[in-house]
Write a protein that binds this ligand. Structure first.
Ligand SMILES: [Zn+2]
Length: 184
């Protein structure tokens, strides 16, 4: 069912031959349809909380993986750079305003086993927890918080590649041991 969206030609409505292959060429008008991997901008926002620096996360209130934690990010809109889209997602999901110009590429990776998404992880400038604006839950995120430390994130996080990005972040700072989550 994965390719039902392209069952018919967008230009003339002719049904495509049953096939999972892309690009598809319309047998009637020759229009081609492509299915390219989609970029996702994900921002690691370091937040200082006392002596520690955690990563900003949200608890998902939508499927998939409802109830689990995720780093902040999402799909880009057509007019956005990855920096603009990442900053917008952070604002929409957490009420935290970051300067898109300060985002630094951190790690880019394709999803597995289907490489139909390219995750563009970046890091934001460190913030102070005391200065975060009040959080309002949205229909996508029920909770905002920080995670500290890498171990056990695979059980707490919705997405394996977010776990890997967080591990890389903490490893680069010499932080190890069990993770902790605090709502914020
Ligand atoms: Zn056509």
């Amino acid at each position: 069912m994965a390719n039902v969206r392209d069952a018919h030609c967008h230009a003339c409505g002719t049904a495509f031959p049953t096939s999972d292959k892309y690009p598809r060429t319309c047998p009637n008008c020759g229009t081609q349809v492509w299915a390219n991997p989609i970029p996702v901008s994900v921002v690691l926002v370091p937040v200082r909380h006392g002596a520690r620096v955690g990563l900003l996360v949200v608890r998902r209130s939508i499927e998939p993986k409802k109830g689990l934690l995720a780093l902040v990010g999402g799909f880009l809109e057509e007019h956005e750079t990855w920096q603009q889209g990442g900053a917008r997602e952070v604002r929409e999901e957490t009420d935290v305003v970051i300067d898109e110009a300060t985002l630094v590429p951190f790690w880019f990776t394709s999803t597995e086993p289907r490489p139909n998404r390219v995750l563009l992880f970046s890091t934001a400038t460190e913030m102070d927890a005391a200065k975060l604006p009040v959080f309002s839950a949205t229909n996508e995120t029920s909770e905002r918080g920080l995670v500290f430390g890498p171990d056990g994130l695979e059980a707490a996080f919705a997405f394996g590649l977010h776990v890997e990005a967080a591990r890389r972040f903490f490893a680069a700072r010499g932080v190890d041991g069990a993770h902790e989550f605090i709502a914020l």
